[in-house]
Design a protein around this ligand. Structure first.
Ligand SMILES: NC(=O)c1ccc[n+]([C@@H]2O[C@H](COP(=O)([O-])OP(=O)(O)OC[C@H]3O[C@@H](n4cnc5c(N)ncnc54)[C@H](O)[C@@H]3O)[C@@H](O)[C@H]2O)c1
Length: 274
């Protein structure tokens, strides 16, 4: 986007900068805990949301509900982000419906059956599956959908790494619970971070901004003990909610962030600040 060349800020309509009117935003993992908050938020700001998720997550159903609520066309797409042909189909279905793509949020993640297994016991199969969905899936959507935006005037990509690709997990968090953070997850998200940084300069001249949002401890009916442990370690003293992550996406998708690329916006309650 070419920003207005002026230092008279009073000539700028700042509210308008945050609007997403008519923009087409693809959200992978769009039926998930945070994905559905992204979808609702971009819909409230005037966008057409494309909900892309595995069939079991029923992305069409969510798209239909958003369409009815907001009175604007929304579509769903069942896919596996790690399959090239599926991501090509996502791009083609979006373009045949709307003729444009303005934004991509990669909010998918894979939790295998033995996701929380001890590092020493982690199987090749589980390791590969986590890397395949989280990292390869992000590579494919960036290449195919980000690549389309790069050839068609630009857009905004938001990838989602993790607190545990930024810092190591504090193992005290899991005391008395059966939760944890597998190394495969951290490693996959470290790859997402590096890929995002790379693309932010690679596509800068094509007007594709590539940023990241790092959520942290998004509440999803966690065990009470986990929530207590979390509160003690968090500067803001609590877990977060999916809607607290979504505002960051509206900002990064909109013209309000026109000079921001290569950034990782930490929505972590200060977790990494101390
Ligand atoms: N929840 C948190 O506290 C937290 C913290 C940091 C980062 N994150 C990251 O934020 C993103 C969203 O997290 P969430 O809590 O909403 O997760 P979630 O598990 O609720 O949602 C993930 C979605 O991805 C979908 N998915 C799984 N495999 C897929 C595939 N192969 N193809 C397409 N879709 C697939 C799932 O069906 C699900 O709807 C993830 O990338 C996650 O790693 C979450």
């Amino acid at each position: 986007m070419n920003a207005e060349r002026t230092f008279d800020a009073d000539k700028i309509d700042f509210r308008k900068k945050f609007e997403l009117d008519g923009k087409v935003i693809i959200i992978t993992g769009g039926s998930g805990l945070i994905g559905r908050a992204f979808a609702e938020a971009v819909a409230q700001y005037g966008a057409h949301a494309v909900i892309a998720d595995i069939s079991a997550a029923r992305p069409m159903e969510l798209a239909g509900m958003l369409e009815t609520k907001h009175g604007r066309r929304m579509i769903g797409c069942e896919l596996d982000v790690a399959r090239r042909e599926d991501v090509e189909r996502l791009k083609n279905e979006t373009l045949s419906e709307f003729g444009r793509i303005d934004g991509l949020i990669n909010s998918h993640q894979n939790k295998t059956a033995r996701f929380f297994a001890k590092f020493e016991d982690y199987t090749d199969e589980d390791w590969d599956k986590v890397i395949e969905t989280n990292l390869k899936g992000t590579f494919l959507t960036c290449q195919i959908i980000g690549g389309w935006m790069a050839e068609n005037g630009g857009g905004s990509v938001i990838n989602i790494p993790s607190t545990y690709s930024v810092v190591a997990p504090n193992q005290n968090l899991y005391e008395g619970t059966n939760l944890g953070c597998p190394a495969a997850y951290s490693a996959s998200k470290g790859g997402v971070m590096a890929l995002s940084q790379y693309l932010s300069t690679y596509w800068a001249e094509k007007n594709v901004r590539v940023n990241q949002i790092t959520p942290h401890g998004v509440w999803n009916n966690h065990q009470g003990r986990f929530e207590q442990n979390f509160a003690k370690l968090s500067p803001l003293g609590r877990m977060s909610y999916n809607h607290e992550v979504a505002g960051a996406a509206v900002f990064l998708l909109s013209d309000a962030s026109s000079y921001i690329t290569g950034h990782n916006l930490m929505v972590d309650g200060g977790w990494t600040a101390w």
